[in-house]
Design a binder for this molecule. Sequence first.
Ligand SMILES: Cc1ncc(COP(=O)(O)O)c(C=O)c1O
Length: 356
Amino acid sequence: MEIKVNKSKKIGQKYRPDDSELGFGKYTTDHMFLMDYLSEKGWYDARIEPYDFLRLDPTAMVLHYSQEVFEGLKAYALKDGGIALFRPNKNIERMNASARRMVMPEIDPDLCMKAMTELILLDRDWLPKSKGTSLYIRPTMIANEPALGVKPSSQYLFFIVLSPVGAYYPEGFSPTKIYVSDKYARAAEGGVGEAKTSGNYAPTLLVSTQAAQKGYTQVLWLDAKEHKYVEEVGTSNIFFFTEDELVTPPLRGTILPGITRDSVIQLATHWGVRVSERLISIDEVIEGCKSGSLKEMFATGTAAVISPVGQISYRDKDYKISDGNVGELSKKLFDEITGIQYGHKEDPFGWRVRID
Ligand SMILES: Cc1ncc(COP(=O)(O)O)c(C=O)c1O
């Protein structure tokens, strides 16, 4: 499908923050990609337009029943002036898997890649260049049929917006403090925990607000049935490194299959580390903290890549990991993955996809 381009007449008029002011998701670029869907017609009218508000009927189904899926990935400025994405095919695959779970139409992967590429190249002036910064890409699909009955929508809107984002660790790589929730749960078996859909996020806000008030950065979720097994942390997957094993919870439908998670598993395996995708109970984690056999704990995700955990709070007690320091494996994984993303390191797996 051809993508029509309607260039903004207001280029240069939007506020352009300094790289140090960027933060996460506060600013958007000059253009957006849009495409419509009707069940009798399929996807049509792929277009790039000046960035603007959406027009939605107040009864648009997404507003009432959360029939929505989205993705999050980044574009990186290379030293030679080029631009690269990191494993974008995985995000597109995951978006289509989320769409199937939410009874929404899939998108042609080639068209999605073309839409992201054309949009980024048109707005390439917005790609920040300082260390650790990037252009965040947010593809989103919403149900926009105006109808109040609960059923799958017959009408959808797909859009992509871009947001220049700052370095996650402007003051250096530092460990976080996390709070274990043993009362509330994020997702249950048979639910939609593995889909990247908006309804998975609002229910986490109560606990993350309470955790933040107590001084913790993120919430570690346990399984919904027994509140026993570790699931994931905030908007990241979680890993535990003991003397001889790197453990991460298995994909059994309740956690997001993270692309950073998959990259960590592949890299660590490639380096000869024994990686186990297995259930790990919170008791095993606390025991490991007490005995010192748990050497490192870190979260993985597109935003921070690797986020080392220095302390966890469980049932009103705090436990330290690696004495609150950053572990060697966490640092090595962070350096390797960011090195591949920004083009400073070899890319043996072919993860870096140049778009220019
Ligand atoms: C709930 C949740 N878990 C894990 C992740 C990490 O996934 P990825 O590594 O693909 O960013 C994310 C972020 O997208 C998330 O929202």
